[in-house]
Write a protein that binds this ligand. Structure first.
Ligand SMILES: [Fe+2]
Length: 362
């Protein structure tokens, strides 16, 4: 079944985001002060992130803005930007805790890779992106357009790079529609399952790759997943289904389309900004960057993956990657190799705080 052009705010073009900036939220001085007070009061050097609960953070004004931004992310454009978080007033650790508090009020944070971190410091750690186990967030390289492995992604900025490191977002539906219009004969390949590598980060009970189409449908809603790097990487995994030439060409076409200047929206994440995206409708990328020499000034972002309580049911082909498809379930993330009882307890407790299905059930 071929998807008809979707009339939905998430099917935007660059001109739409420029014209209507309802997706940009600027917080006022009172809200900023509330964030500072909440973090300074809650911060406890004896606690790890998993020990905090949402009730530890006395936030109210903040939640109004966060709620409006999340609404835009989940049911609107699929992208939001909150500007003006307290950056100068907080240390990097405190800024990380602030980011974490926003996550605790948004759903259940998800683990993010082989070390099972629930928040990732996005910085250049010298990793090579284009290898079978490479991850872009630890490199300074330009990234392919992709979706992360969770329903909602938060990216908060503590330090910008010297130059480069621009964030880019594209509507996956806009890419789909351009393909349908200009290359209809290639469109069918976007509905065919293909192998995405787990980049060597699968949990012990998970295979080295998952099979999913770029677009799939459930209950009238469409879900997109894309990551050329992981698809290429899966081609080198023994036993993974190989792409035929026609399929490869169609995927390359799609990847080129979502980079077009009328589809790919470029923005600077400034210190104190937090970007939030809906992975199912938004692709993201980043340009290569040149970093500061001084370690204290180096580009530093915090990434958070969230399973929100009001998520839609996912198509069954997402189960292998997300471990659950049910609406409002604790799903997504990359468990990695250090997922233990403590992680399970944190997720169950947080699910309870969010009135969600118990993580232990998955
Ligand atoms: Fe990403």
């Amino acid at each position: 079944m071929v998807l008809n052009s979707l009339k939905h705010p998430s099917n935007w073009r660059v001109a739409d985001l420029e014209r209507d900036q309802r997706w940009i939220f600027r917080i006022d001085a009172g809200t900023r002060q509330e964030m500072i007070d909440a973090v300074l009061k809650a911060e406890d050097p004896n606690k790890s992130l998993l020990d905090y609960r949402r009730a530890d953070f006395a936030l109210s004004k903040t939640l109004v803005t966060l709620g409006a931004a999340l609404e835009e992310v989940k049911r609107g454009l699929g992208v939001a930007l909150i500007k003006g978080l307290p950056r100068q007033e907080l240390t990097a650790k405190q800024f990380e805790i602030l980011t974490w508090s926003l996550g605790l009020y948004s759903g259940v944070p998800r683990p993010q890779g082989k070390d099972t971190h629930y928040i990732s410091a996005v910085k250049d750690a010298g990793m090579t992106y284009r290898t079978g186990t490479g991850r872009g967030y630890s490199s300074s390289a330009e990234l392919d357009f992709h979706t992360d492995s969770s329903d909602v992604v938060f990216l908060s900025c503590f330090n910008q790079a010297v130059s480069g490191g621009k964030t880019i977002v594209s509507s996956s539906m806009a890419g789909h529609d351009a393909m349908a219009r200009e290359y209809p004969e290639q469109l069918k390949w976007l509905y065919e399952p293909l192998a995405f590598s787990r980049q060597g980060e699968g949990a012990p009970d998970e295979g080295p790759y998952v099979m999913q189409p770029v677009f799939s449908q459930q209950q009238g809603k469409w879900f997109g997943r894309w990551n050329w790097n992981r698809v290429r990487s899966a081609q080198k995994i023994e036993g993974a289904p190989q792409l035929c030439a026609e399929q490869y060409a169609a995927l390359e076409q799609f990847d080129q389309i979502v980079r077009r200047p009328d589809i790919a929206f470029e923005m600077w994440l400034e210190a104190g900004d937090v970007q939030i995206v809906n992975s199912h409708v938004t692709l993201h990328s980043r340009t290569e960057f040149q970093d500061h020499e001084d370690p204290a000034l180096k580009r530093l972002l915090y990434r958070l993956w969230i399973a929100p309580p009001d998520s839609d049911v996912l198509p069954e082909c997402w189960r292998d990657l997300y471990r659950a498809c049910e609406a409002g379930s604790v799903r997504g993330g990359i468990r990695g190799f250090s997922y233990d009882e403590r992680c399970a307890q944190f997720e169950a407790r947080q699910a309870q705080d969010c009135a969600m299905r118990d993580a232990a059930a998955h």
